[in-house]
Structures are given as structure tokens and as C-alpha cells.
Ligand binder design. Sequence first.
Ligand code: ADP
Ligand code: MG
Length: 657
Amino acid sequence: MGLLKLKNINKRYTLDNKETFHVLKDINVSFSKGELVSIIGESGSGKSTLMNLIGGLDSNFEGELFVNDKDINKFSEKELDRYRKNTIGFVFQSCNLIPHLSILDNVTIALTLSNVSKEERIEKAKVALKEVGLEKHIYKKPNQLSGGQRQRVAIARALINNPDIILADEPTGALDSETTEQVLNIIKDIASKGKLVIMVTHSEKVANHSSRVIKILDGKIIEDVQKDKKKVHEVKDELANTSVDKRKEENLSFISAIKLAYNNMKQKLKRNILVSIGVSIGIMSVIAMLALGNGVKSYFSDMIDSFMNPLVVEVSMKQEQSEPTNPAAAMQSMMSTTPFEKENIDELSKLQGVKKVENGFQYITMPGTNKLTYKDKSSDLMVLASMSSVLTKDNVKDGSLPGKNELIVNDSVIKDLGSDVVGKTVTLNAVIDGQPISGDFVISGIYTVGESNQLSDGSNLAYINYSDIETLLSDAGKELKPTMVYLVADNEEDASDLKSTIRDLGYSGSTQETMGDQMLTMLNIVTIVLAGIAGISLLVSSIMILVVLYISVVERTKEIGLLRAIGARNKDIKRIFVSEAFLIGISSGILGTISSFIISILVNKASMNVFDMKVMNITGGYVIIGIGISVIVSMLAGLSPANKASKLDPVDSLRTE
Ligand code: ADP
Ligand code: MG
């Protein structure tokens, strides 16, 4: 019973012009273990084609090809990969060693594809290399060996998985006669150990070494001669099982794929560094834009918070929803506020979490309406507002919060009245609800919204106690109605709940807060737009990765063919290329993050000088986003080249020069 049996094998190539080319014609032959078969024939007679069929590199043929009574033409893709990996050892004319791997790694690559442990790999490789007499050269690179030595490495590689069948396609074709002799002796030795060796050769002399010679002409076997029966090794039955079954199914691990990818990338270090820098610029700009947006945003929200007591909720009266039609009307509706009625106050004071309700007002008026006079100086008030719990002692410098018959003013009023006015009595003339009033007040301090804030500097404002104005107005026979109320809550949680409750009831919240919210929304949009623009550079860099990996696929076509020949699955090839993309992604992500940190330090230093604030704020989240985007973008870009690589036809790939 033969190890290998070919029955009515026919192979046709379909050419570009749809014609078929009949290469192998009705091949019927069988081989046993221990045979050393030479196939001779003219160039173009179909020898390599036949070897590729036997080796499972090309399954597009007619007929049956039995290996241990299993028809490999019926194998699934997976079984075929396993067959190539474990049953077949290939030796090519041009040794097809991977130039950037050491001799050791070239030999162990087939084991790496089977996820064999490193120690076992090295141990087995050393045994195989010793068999071909190269144990002293294991750390050299292929180009540091002679042609004969290289071919011996290729033989060691073919032997490493202990295959049953060695296929050697003109193994001595490129060697001189002396090294030919060496290589032939090794091959004879292999056959004598019970393997089936099938060797293609041009040379009669080489053929003389073998136990059987098959002549092929025009795709037909024209002669099949047993030369020396004694050379056929007797194989014991227990050895007759192919290694396909004795090995547990294991494949290239992710770690090994990354290692292989890393090795590949080291070869084109400059190129890969440049690509990584390119990608990292994209990542850096995305992180920088997000950080800038975040920094500016938190600056503003800090500022808003700084002049807001978090326990106090400011409420304005329900607004009649008539859209102002022109700017003047809009101005008018902004400045005239509807007063609260008693039922409004009742409604608000019953709300969950309200501890106290304070009445208030805020009159924004044209110059000349409300003003303060001190000696011969006067100051027009743009804003006259009531004191409330919103203001704390943090809002006052050079003095204290206003008590009865006191008020506080801001710096721009101080500019009008002179800096000696603090502690002095001034006269307030105002028109409230159409009623002119007048009274004397002591300036108890200067209003401020915090160190870094200069927003209020432009407009003159004064804060005064609600009850003082109420008294002045009632002296004139009028009742003061609050135009805003302050709800004082027990805790911040209640306060923030109240903010949404009053909106649900139709009241408006604090104008400053509303404006602040709008500003934050705008900042958010601007941040997203900026990050989006930065994202375009990511698109460019992903195209760069795509191109570089495509070039890499083309450059390594032959290597890919070889890997397929020694049993790499489509998946393994894909995995190696995706791993390369992953490595580019992760290194650019890290590089991008580091450079965005450097940028933020520089920018913040500059902005501290100019605006007295840090404009960039990188968070841990951005670092994760940055690296994550980098990896995802790179791997997406790597998918298509990886697919291309994995779909390469092994026979065609090996043929490329
Ligand atoms: P050799 O005996 O020299 O190894 P091959 O098996 O390589 O010959 O080729 C046998 C014949 O098949 C040659 O005539 C060759 O031109 C043809 N051939 C090989 N590969 C292809 C292919 N992919 N498409 C068309 N014809 C091919
Ligand atoms: Mg050939």
C-alpha cells in the first residue's frame, strides 16, 4: 500500500484569453515510504506543477490524489493547511529563506506557525540543523551563508515538522557539483530514515542517486524505473500513520504574530518610523483639540461657578413667548422683567427642597435712569440689583456685604466716584417701576467676581438690599414687586433638581447661568468641529498606512508564498499584517499622546503668561481615546492589505522574482 497515490490526474491552466492549457495528462503513479524518487524531464514538461499538486499548494486539478488513502482534493481549506504544515516538507531551487530572519528562526518558522513553545522550537531546530551540518551557523542571516549552506537550511526547515513527504523542486539546480554532492547525501539520508522524498532534477547524475527515476514529457509519465530495490527502505507499520493525525491542532498565536510583525518592521525601520510620526501628528492634533476645548470650557464653568452660590437657585418670571422681531424689541424684552405675583411665590416656596425664598430684582437701564452721586461726582448705573444669598463674602473686597442702608459697587463705579468713596455716603437716584426715588447709602465694599474674572468691569453695577428699595418705594406709596426670586436649598443636589423643576414650571433660570450654558454648548460644538478637522489628518495618515502595507505585501509576496507552502493559513498571513498595523497604531498612539502632552505644557505656559489661565487640559480619557483611535484607525487601514496578502495564491507568489 502506497503512502501517496495519484489517480488520473489532469491539470489545466486557464489562460487570460479563456483558452486552457493542458499541463498534466492522466498521471497515474504511487509512492511508498523510504523511496527517493527523481523526476526528470525537460523544462516546461510539468514537473513543478506536479510537485505543487502533491504539496497541496494547488488544489485546482482533476483526478484523485490519495495520501494515506485520503483524497486531498476533497480536503477542506483547513485540512489542506494542516497537510502542508505537517505532512509535507518543501525544498525549493531558490531556497526561499526569509532574509531578515536568522537561520534558527527560518527553520523554526513552521513550528511558530504551530504555536510550539520557544524551548521546544529551538531544541528541534538545533537537531534539524545538526542533521544538515549547520549547527554552528544558527545565528547567522541567510546572506551570510554559501549557496549550499542555504539549501541545507531549507532542508532543515522542511524536516522540522517531521513530515512524511519531502518535496524538493530542483534542490541542486543552483549549486556547484561539490555542494550538490553534499545536499544529495543529506537527501539520501532523509529517505533512508523512512521518508518519501520526491525530487525534481535536470541532471542524470543527480538522478543516479535515487532509488527510482520517473521521466516526464509534455505532462505525461513516459518512464518509471526502479533503479535499486535495496534502496527502498522497509517501513514498519507503526510508522505508517501520517503526522496529520498525531499532532494536536495549534495555530500561530497572537504573540508570535506580533513578534513576526515586529521583526518585519525592524527591516523597514525608517519607513515605519516615518509613518508612525505621520499618524501620531493626527492623534496629537485630535488630543490637543479636545484638551483645548476642555481647558477653555472648564475655565468658563469655573468662572460661572465662582460667582454662583451653589445652594441658591435664581428664578425669573415666566416670559410670554413672543419672539422679538427686531433688535430693539429684543433689547426691550431683555431689560423689562415681569414681576412675580403672590401665587408665583407661593408655588415656588412649596417646591421640594426649598428652604427659603428671597425676593430680588435686577434693573438693567439706560444711562441716566439710575445713578449714584458723591460730592461733585456721579456714576450712571447700568445694573441695579438686589443683594441675595447668591453673593457671598467672596464677592466683596475692601469691605463687607451691604447691610441696611448700605450698598456695594464694582470697580467701574469706583473709577467714576474716586477710590476714597468706600465707607462714605452716596446718594442714589433711581426710577423703579416708573416711580423716581432717592436715598442716601453707605458704600460698604467693592463687588468682585473673583481674581481672574474681568467680565463685569465694563458695566457699572450696584448691589443693594431689597428691603431698602422696598421702604423707599412704599414711602412714595408704591409696592415693590420682585422681578426675580432666589430659592435657597439645603444641599447642592436639591439645588440642581430645583433648577430643572422651575424650568419645567415655565420659569426662567439665572440669566448668567443660561448664558453660561449657551456658551458651554457653543464651546462643545467648536471643540467637536476642531477635533473633526484634526481627524482629517488621521484620515490622511490611515491612507499612508494603507499604502505602506500594500507596498510591504508586494515586497514580501515570495515570503508570503513560502509561509503558505510551509503551512501558514490565510488567517495567519492576515494576522501578521494586521499585527503590523496594530504595532504602527500603538506606537503612533503613544507618540501622539506624548507629543500632545509636550504641546499642552508649552501652550499652557504661554497662556499662563497672557491670560493667566491654562487653556489645555488633557485628561486620562483623552489619552485612552487617542491611543484607541490610533490603534483602530491603523488596524482598519491594515485590513485591506492584510486581506490582499492572505488571498495571494501560494504557487504564483513563489514564482514571483
Ligand atoms: P517544469 O517542468 O519546468 O517545472 P512547470 O510545471 O513549471 O514546468 O510548467 C509546466 C507548464 O505549465 C509550462 O509550459 C508553463 O508555461 C505552464 N504554466 C505554469 N504555470 C502556469 C500558469 N500559472 N498559467 C499558465 N501556464 C502555466
Ligand atoms: Mg520547475
